[in-house]
Structures are given as C-alpha cells and as structure tokens.
Design a protein around this ligand. Sequence first.
Ligand SMILES: [Zn+2]
Ligand SMILES: [Zn+2]
Length: 339
Amino acid sequence: MKVGVVEKPGVLKIVERDVPKITSPHDVIIKVKRTGICGSDIHIYHGKNPFATYPRVWGHEAVGEVYETGSAVTSVKKGDHTVVEPIVYCGTCYACRQGRGNVCEKLEVIGVHRDGGCQEYFLVPEATVHKLPVDLTWDEAVLIEPFTIGAQAVYRGQVQKDDYVLVMGAGTTGLTAVTMAKLAGGKVIVTDLVEDKLEYAKKCGADYTINGKTENLADRVAEITGGMGANVTIDAVCIKQTFEQAIELTSAAGRVVELSFNETPSEIAPVGIIKKELTICGSRLQTKRFPVVIDYIKQGVLPLKGFLSKTYPVSQMADAFEYVEKNNATVRKVAISFE
Ligand SMILES: [Zn+2]
Ligand SMILES: [Zn+2]
C-alpha cells in the first residue's frame, strides 16, 4: 500500500508498505479515503514541530471506510464510514480523570507521536473511530477534524447565547471558531489583515468583520459592543501583540482563549487581568468535540460546501504540500485522496 511519510525534516516521500494486520481485539483497520493537510503537518515536514519524531507517517485528519475489525470491536463494522479522532490517551492520569485526554500526561497525537493517516490502510484503536452518516461525501467528512478545533475553542471560552465573540485571525482555525461561535448563539466579530479571508468569514457566520490593516481594532470592537468589549476573545493568531490585544479587548468577566504554540512571551500586567477578572485559557486539540461536530453535520448547519480548497491524489502529495505553502493566505483546506 502507499504511505506518505516524512522521513526526516525536509524529506517527504511516498513509500510502499505492507497492509497492517489486526493485533489487538480492539483494533480497527480503516481504508482511508481522504487525509487533510494541516498547518501542523507542514511544521512536521519542516522539522518545526517540537513533539514530532521521525520517520513519521503524517496526517491527523483521516476519514475512510472500515475494512476490518478486531474481535472485541462493537461500535463499528466493515463498510461503515468513519472519521478518526487523532488522540490516544491513558485514561488514568489527572487530566484524563478530568475528562481532558487531549492534555494527557502520556498523550499521543496520531500523525505526530505515532503514525498518521496518510496511508491506504490505517490501523487505529476502536476508541478513536467515530461513525459518520453515509450520505456525507468524503470531501465533506475530511473537514470534521478541523471543525473540532473551533468547537474546542468555543467550549473552552464557554460561549453563551448573545455573547460577543471576537475571533482574531480568519485562517482555517479561525474560520472554524467563527462557525462554532455562531452556532453557539454568539454575535461574532472577526478580524484579519486580508480582505478575502474576512469575506469568507461572513459565509461562516461572522456578523462583523474588522480589517486590522485599515481599521482601528480597539475602536471598532468598542463601537460594536457598545463600549463593553468582547465577552469571549478567541486568539487564533497567537503572536505577542494579539495576546496583549486579547486581554485589552475582552470585557469584564470575559474569557480569552489562546490557540497556538507560539513561544514568544507577551507583556501583560496582572492588573489588566484582575480588574476585569478575566479567565485566560489554552485550547489544544479537542475533547469530546467529534460527536458535537458530527451532530451539527447531521443537522446540516456546517458551511462545508466550498471549505475544501483542493484535493490531490496521493501520487501528487508533494504538489499538495507545495500548494498549501504557496497559497498560505487563501487556502482553507487541502486533502489527499486515496481513491
Ligand atoms: Zn489539523
Ligand atoms: Zn492520561
């Protein structure tokens, strides 16, 4: 079978491997149909993901049909359409006992710490597999994992009906946060420097857009919220400046959600947090958000049409990576097809 592997930083290859075999009664083998390319896959390719080890089969956004199941598997059967939840956790550490396996002490992210979904047949534990409606196309199904990231940010920010939610950055992650915040009943404000991205954010449900290049962000947020500030700010840019702005632009009793692994410190005085009693939290991967997103899909409320920018056959994997990198400003999602 064909497998897409980052042999070492900078070296991306398609190699031939044997089809995996069931080794545990809880194993499932998925015949992969699509694997999405994420910003983090590009980082792994360039050796910029501190958690990745090599060689690594990349891909944590895999969908496909169940091909074979171990003897103890009960939740899916051969032929079922599925999406893989890309985290494996211990279930017993403090974080897991809090129901937060996404930050487990022994967390293994599929496609980062262990081999990922860019392979024709993909062996995964049953616990990672979610069944999908059969009428969903594979091009739509491959968008589920990205939307769980936005769902997690909204969950961490405890977005409530009629909250003003400011989403900083209208890239793929920001757009999924916009969608989920809107579905949670929020009044969504999105800011970016690229007009085309802001236009697309409207399709995802943004009520207000602010172009940070031509408009004053603080003034506009004050204007929209009647001087109150955003009740929830989701920072999908996560640079020094946006983190500082997020603290400043969030209302009293508000929540600030940070979404990336940027290591550059920001300058934030405690008074800015305490005066307004802000809650500042991180949002990493997702916890139990797959059922939430799949449910939205069943209701037909996700803006899946047009979200996928392009699909490449696995034989053109290198071109797909190049396309994502060259079109960083406009690309939403690119997927590899195994059909
Ligand atoms: Zn991803
Ligand atoms: Zn754990």
